[in-house]
Design a protein around this ligand. Structure first.
Ligand code: 0O2
Length: 204
């Protein structure tokens, strides 16, 4: 397997989708409207993680393109929980990719405590050999969900997936605290928005 050749279209897809999703944020800024997008990141899954995932699921290496849906991964981080659903709606209305699947881990979080909204898309990339349709995963989550997930991810890495029970329990409590924070912030959302508008007017 030549990984550079295999991953090149995925790198292109990540670059293109980052520009497109960041463009949505910019459009809200130009129109001085509240942006449901705080920031956007993207990455191509590291080779070691692809191989590890394929092994864990006993995948046929030839079927990796269909089975590993997040080789191209985008993350849209939003201020509030409602913004996640607004972003998902905007993505459904786009014509530059097809949505294949949506996974709502917000209402029904994962056992670890993980919360996020995942959208699997089929994205067409133009290569020197013609068009190639590949899968990409867009994770949409709040700042609080993101804070929790990046810390949990580092701890999982540290303990190679065998996290001590005490830390697992602490993380579950932290996930609930993050969720309550999101709920509280949603309740005072209007106040926060007005404060941001005043701040923007003063800056202008
Ligand atoms: P990385 O290092 O971020 O690339 P499954 O394994 O079947 O449960 P599947 O099909 O891989 O799930 O898709 P799922 O559940 O939508 O998860 C895909 C990605 O979501 C993961 O990729 C993580 O990025 C994120 N994710 C899912 N569950 C958790 C979790 O409990 N904690 C954190 N921090 N992130 C999670 P990878 O390949 O696992 O990891």
């Amino acid at each position: 397997m030549n990984w550079d050749i295999f991953l090149a279209p995925y790198a292109q897809a990540v670059d293109e989708l980052k520009i497109k999703l960041k463009g949505m944020r910019k459009q809200f800024d130009y129109e001085s409207r509240h942006s449901p997008i705080e920031f956007v990141t993207g990455r191509v899954k590291p080779i070691t993680s692809i191989v590890e995932k394929a092994r864990r699921r006993e995948l046929n290496m030839n079927k990796m393109e269909e089975e590993v849906q997040d080789i191209a991964g985008l993350r849209v981080v939003c201020p509030f929980v409602d913004d996640i659903y607004d972003v998902a709606k905007m993505l459904r209305e786009r014509s530059d990719f097809n949505i294949l699947e949506e996974k709502d881990y917000i209402d029904k979080n994962k056992d670890s405590g993980y919360r996020s909204y995942h959208i699997i898309i089929e994205y067409p990339v133009e290569t020197i050999y013609g068009q190639k349709k590949l899968l990409a995963e867009i994770q949409i989550r709040t700042l609080a969900m993101n804070f929790w997930a990046i810390n949990e991810h580092s701890l999982n890495y540290k303990y190679s997936g065998k996290m001590p029970e005490e830390i697992q329990n602490r993380l579950k409590n932290a996930a609930e605290a993050a969720f309550r924070l999101d709920e509280e912030m949603s309740k005072i959302r209007q106040e926060i928005r007005e404060a941001q508008q005043v701040f923007r007017r003063k800056k202008d």
